[in-house]
Design a protein around this ligand. Structure first.
Ligand SMILES: Nc1ncnc2c1ncn2[C@@H]1O[C@H](COP(=O)(O)OP(=O)(O)OP(=O)(O)O)[C@@H](O)[C@H]1O
Ligand SMILES: [Mg+2]
Length: 507
């Protein structure tokens, strides 16, 4: 069977200074397929896609679109060629309506103003209907829509622009399971069925396996293999090619006998970013214990973490540390009380982008790496390097500015910062989001080791496998409140999903 290619990339090379990000990579995208693109953090996935989208220029190599060799000058040019990037970060204008966003830059011009608007409105409705999301109101402000719906608006916009090749770089990172399923449905029935193609990048290998027709594996800037036979499409094979070896346990658990209670949260109420109120939150975390709070994206897990470290108002309720009531009204106070915090939005809140990544790692632990006022380089190196190595971050990355790192390696930097700090209570918000499979396993192991050091760990995560894998106690947060605790081993994946969705339906 002759398969037609929508586009081809041949022998693409790209270096940043001394880092050879892409080494002669080939890739072809066929009409109507989903091509999975996987690889460890820093493997070169985003760089390859940036080249395709005209954001970066390759040092050498050829790109063929529709049978013709093309030099892609800029993102606008890529768009004209039908290459449509759906980035993870919002590219829409939050203050504008759905319709205005979809038509941004190509507003219909008609002599009668009123007609023009009508045409755009009808077209928007038609597009949204076609994506099976006519529940989205074209007149709504985009900034108020849930992330998943914003993504659908971005897809609608790209369809209107004539997109043929849709590039999705970690599109499901902020989506719930249900939203992910919906996106997959749209990919297969709305995009691929009508001859459009998708390049799908994700660290969630189950998803890649489910949605992809073929899967390209990159490692260290090299194209390692392209899997296309159904028989090779399993997680073990994927991991083998990605890391060049095996990983036994994705979320390993270290069992620790818990000590005394460190943190207790009583009848806490706070507000969410969506304007909801979460009430009646009660739980405690003991020394050496990992307490996992899971639930759908957007239900308030992140906001709970923010309330605990004093960056969000506590509307009512009490916090106790070592059984003594404490007021946590600022992050400085939280740090004094022994809190450490790995934020979910690491790029926005966590990193000083133009600071070396090693300094970013030790920024909260200056007492450990300095002698009064003088930074002791060897101590700093030792502190950061050890863990960076375990999370398979190359040594040269430590000297690079945070902004020069790949998305996943930036995430690792912030995780490492908390691991090296001397906090007693560590809150991890989606610690393995966006990081590669080997590092996921390693983060879980390190969380286990922290609990062995009798630190109290609060894990906020919407990744069911992670929560089930490493928590001693599990709570499920929903719009109706918090259910649990479910002790380790009393829930399996299906039961956990049932609780999340059952609660969801009641709303
Ligand atoms: N602006 C830059 N300056 C220097 N190096 C860069 C720059 N952008 C990317 N790199 C390097 O290029 C390599 C590939 O990065 P890329 O972002 O493509 O990885 P990735 O596969 O998308 O990883 P992740 O899964 O973490 O997102 C990395 O080593 C990264 O540090
Ligand atoms: Mg990337």
């Amino acid at each position: 069977m002759a398969e037609t290619s929508l586009l081809e990339m041949h022998d693409i090379n790209k270096s940043y200074g001394g880092i050879h990000a892409l080494k002669g990579v080939d890739l072809d995208l066929r009409v109507g397929e989903v091509l999975g693109l996987v690889g460890e953090n820093g493997a070169g996935k985003t760089t390859l896609m940036k080249i395709l989208c005209g954001i970066e220029k390759p040092d050498s190599g050829r790109i063929i679109v529709g049978g013709e060799e093309i030099r892609i000058h800029n993102p606008h040019h890529a768009q004209e060629l039908g290459i449509a990037m759906i980035p993870q970060e919002l590219v829409l204008v939050p203050e504008m309506t759905v319709m205005e966003n979809i038509f941004l830059g190509r507003e219909k011009t008609g002599s009668v103003r009123f007609l023009r608007k009508n045409v755009m409105m009808d077209e928007t409705k038609r597009l949204l209907e076609d994506l099976k999301c006519s529940y989205i109101n074209p007149a709504d402000m985009v900034g108020f829509l849930p992330k998943a719906d914003q993504q659908l608006v971005a897809i609608a916009r790209r369809i209107l622009q004539g997109g043929k090749a849709f590039i999705m770089d970690e599109p499901t990172a902020a989506l719930t399971e249900r939203e992910t399923r919906n996106l997959f449905e749209i990919i297969s029935t709305r995009l691929c069925a009508s001859g459009r193609s998708v390049i799908f990048i994700s660290h969630r290998l189950e998803e890649v396996l489910k949605i992809s027709n073929r899967i390209c594996v990159l490692r260290d800037g090299n194209l390692i293999t392209v899997l296309e036979a159904a028989a090779d499409m399993d997680k073990k094979t994927l991991i083998f090619h990605m890391v060049g070896g095996e990983i036994k346990d994705e979320f390993p658990k270290i069992e620790v006998k818990r000590g005394k209670e460190v943190l207790r949260v009583e009848d806490v109420t706070f507000s969410t970013n969506q304007g909801g109120i979460v009430k009646d939150i009660n739980f405690s975390v003991h020394e050496g214990e990992v307490v996992g709070i899971t639930g759908l994206v957007g239900v308030g897990k992140t906001e709970l973490g923010q309330t605990l470290i004093g960056v969000r108002d506590l509307l009512s309720g009490k916090f106790f540390i070592d059984d003594k009531e404490v007021a946590i009204n600022s992050p400085v106070k939280a740090v004094e009380l022994g809190f450490g915090y790995v934020s979910e939005d690491r790029r926005e809140e966590g990193l000083v982008l133009d600071l070396q990544s090693l300094h970013n790692m030790t920024i909260n632990s200056l007492d450990q790496v300095s002698n009064r006022f003088v930074l002791i380089k060897s101590r700093e190196n030792k502190l950061g390097e050890g863990i960076a190595k375990r999370l398979s971050m190359k040594k040269e990355f430590l000297q690079m500015e945070a902004q020069q790192l790949s998305g996943g390696n930036q995430q690792k930097v912030v995780v490492i910062r908390q691991i090296v700090s001397n906090s007693r209570i560590i809150i991890f918000d989606e610690p393995t989001k966006g990081i590669d499979v080997a590092a996921k396993s390693e983060v879980s192991r390190i969380i286990g080791e922290l609990s062995r050091e009798m630190k109290a760990i609060l894990l906020l995560s919407s990744e069911p496998r992670e929560v089930l894998g490493i928590s001693d106690l599990i709570f499920v947060l929903s719009k109706d409140g918090m259910e649990g605790p479910y002790p380790r081993g009393t829930l399996d994946y299906e039961q956990l999903m049932a609780i999340e969705f059952g609660a969801h339906k009641k709303v």
